[in-house]
Design a protein around this ligand. Structure first.
Ligand SMILES: C[S@@+](CC[C@H](N)C(=O)[O-])C[C@H]1O[C@@H](n2cnc3c(N)ncnc32)[C@H](O)[C@@H]1O
Length: 282
């Protein structure tokens, strides 16, 4: 049944602040006052499913114990923005292609090319990267030697991503020859990423706020786009500082254009290309 604002019980100022604080503490995401209606509808919808009448009662349920964590993961999936697409920011993906091609041409690639896609949503971003990376190895006549770790806070998004199944409409940004090489058509008309690519992408739950707890592995590419925008500026900087320490020398961090304007790191240099917001570890 479709919900309207009218049907949802009103979220008072105090309740809104309380929920907003919990959300920001656990995910970094802030709900702005103009998104209050959205928060109210999502909470009320879930409360209705659970037959819980009051926001405070539901808050206590979500905020405490192991069962609360299960409920939290259901709720958070409904609150995050999971909008994404294949090759969403083409120039950033092409920078990855160019970087890998240079390394292959200059014969400096001595170990596996390792990539991390953070806030990967339903997988279109890491699979786009997998396509261009695979292209580079095939073009050079080399065995593909790479791995992509893709993390997100939403479990349902990750479950979808692991299937690698998308509607034909979702594949519009994918060139016809790429579709032919990297997807299989299913009986129902949907398209599935071929096993050869899916095997290279490891989807795992991961909260950007807990980034300091993630084991320090050295990466060639860190791709973090359209996630930091939901966080406060100081938090964006903290996360970027953490990410910077996880790059191999020569590794590249790519964020969304304009996601931060005044961030610098002593170990990184901005890639001199206005079409991307990328930083290379010197
Ligand atoms: C708008 S999508 C961006 C997807 C993709 N990176 C892109 O640019 O198309 C934002 C994603 O970030 C995830 N996200 C939000 N807060 C997060 C957090 N604290 N840790 C990890 N992922 C988070 C959401 O679940 C969502 O899938």
């Amino acid at each position: 049944m479709a919900w309207s604002l009218k049907q949802a019980p009103k979220l008072t100022d105090v309740q809104f602040e309380r929920w907003n604080k919990l959300l920001e503490e656990r995910t970094g995401i802030q709900v702005s006052p103009h998104q209050r209606g959205f928060l109210q509808i999502q909470l009320a919808k879930r409360m209705r499913e659970l037959k819980v009448k009051h926001y405070n009662q539901y808050f206590d349920q979500v905020a405490s114990g192991a069962l609360g964590m299960v409920e939290w993961s259901i709720l958070i999936d409904r609150l995050v923005v999971k909008e994404t697409s294949f090759f969403r920011h083409r120039d950033s993906v092409e920078l990855v292609r160019q970087d890998l091609q240079n390394r292959i041409n200059n014969q400096v690639l001595t170990e596996s090319f390792e990539v991390w896609s953070l806030g990967c949503a339903t997988g279109e971003e890491p699979y786009s990267l997998a396509m261009v990376i695979n292209d580079c190895f095939e073009l050079a006549g080399l065995e593909p030697y790479y791995g992509i770790t893709a993390t997100d806070i939403s479990q349902p998004a990750l479950q979808h991503a692991r299937t690698g199944i998308y509607s034909a409409r979702k594949l519009q940004p994918v060139a016809t020859d790429e579709q032919a090489r990297y997807f299989n058509r299913l009986e129902d008309g949907r398209m599935q990423v071929i096993d050869k690519l899916r095997d290279r992408v490891c989807f795992s739950p991961g909260n950007l706020l807990k980034i300091s707890e993630v084991p320090r592995v050295a990466l060639d590419i860190i791709f973090c786009q359209n996630v930091l925008i939901y966080f406060r500026r100081w938090l964006r900087r903290e996360i970027l500082n953490e990410l910077a320490t996880r790059l191999k020398p020569g590794g590249i961090l790519l964020i969304g254009l304009g996601e931060i304007v005044d961030w610098e790191h002593p170990g990184l240099q901005r890639v001199p290309d206005d079409r991307v917001q990328a930083y290379i570890r010197v």
